[in-house]
Design a protein around this ligand. Sequence first.
Ligand code: GLU
Ligand code: ZN
Length: 321
Amino acid sequence: MSHVVGRLAPTPSGYLHLGNARSFLLAWLWARHEQGRVVMRIEDIDQARCKPELREASLSELAWLGLDWDAGPHAGDPPGEYDQHTRFEFYRTHLTRLAEAGLAYPCTCTRKDIEEASSAPHGDEGAIYPGTCRGRWRGFEQARLESGITPAWRFLWDSEPVEFHDEVQGDITIDPSTLGDFVLWRRDNLPSYQLAVTVDDADQAVTQVLRGRDLISSTARQLALYEALELTPPRQWAHVPFIQDAAGRRMAKRDGDLALAHLRESGVDPARVLGLLAWSAGLLTELRPAQPADLVGEFDLKRIGRDDFAITAEHLAWLRG
Ligand code: GLU
Ligand code: ZN
C-alpha cells in the first residue's frame, strides 16, 4: 500500500473555534496513527474574506495545540505554495480541460434566477440549479455579450449515483439530481471550492480526507470531478460530527468565547483543550488533559460515532481548570 497522506485545510476567514479544532485534531490523529504525512493547505480563495493575520493565527493555534505538518507554511516549502490564492492558474487549466471535454458550460443565472425558476426543487442546500444554461450558449464570450452578465462555469453532471464508503457514516449513495450542476468557476472570477479542493487533493497526493459532516455532499461532487478529470481520488473519507454551542447550534464564528485564540489568551492549558476535544469525540473514556502523542496510538475512527456533541458551561469551566 502506498503511503498515507492526510491534510488540514483551514479557511482563514475567521478564528478557529473548538469545532474546527476538533475536526483538525481528528484529521491529524488519523494520518499520524497510520504513520502518514500531513499537508497543511490554506483555503484562501476568497481574498475579500481571508486575512493574512487570520492565516497566521490559525497556524499558530494549531501548533499551540501540538499539531504539526510536513508540507505547507512553515514546513520548508516556498512561501505561498500551499495557499490556494496563489494557484488560480493551475485551477484554470483544469477548468479548461473540462470545458474542452464538454463537461463545463457557462451559466448566466443569478441566485435570484435560480430561486425563481418555478420548477426548481429544493435540496438541503437551497434551490437546486435546474440546468437552465445547459446547451444555452455557444461559449463564454457569447454568453457574456448576449446576457450582459459575466457567466459562471458549471459542471455538467450527468453521472450515475455516486457511491462511496465513509469511515464514520457508513456507505453513502448520492444521486446527482439531488444536488444539480455545481459551480466550477464563480461569476466574480474565482475558482470554486469544489474545483480547487479536488485538484489540490490530487496534486498533493492526499489519500485520506477527514472533515465536517456538512461536506458529505461535496465529496460526491468531488468524486464526480476526479472521474471527469481522470485524477486519482483520495482512498478514504471520513465525515465527522460537529460540536454544538450552548444554544444547540453548530459552533460558528459568533461563538467568540470558544475561539482558540480567546482560550489561549485567557491562559487555558492546550492539554485541556485537547483532552476535551478527544473525550468529546469518544477517544478518551474520561475527561482529562492530553498530549497529541498520547492519542495517536489508540486512535480509532470507530469510536467517533455520528452524534454531534453539545458543549456545556461545565465543560468550559473544566477547560479553565
Ligand atoms: N476549508 C474548509 C473549512 O475550513 C475545509 C474543506 C475541506 O476539508 O475540504 O471548512
Ligand atoms: Zn444558468
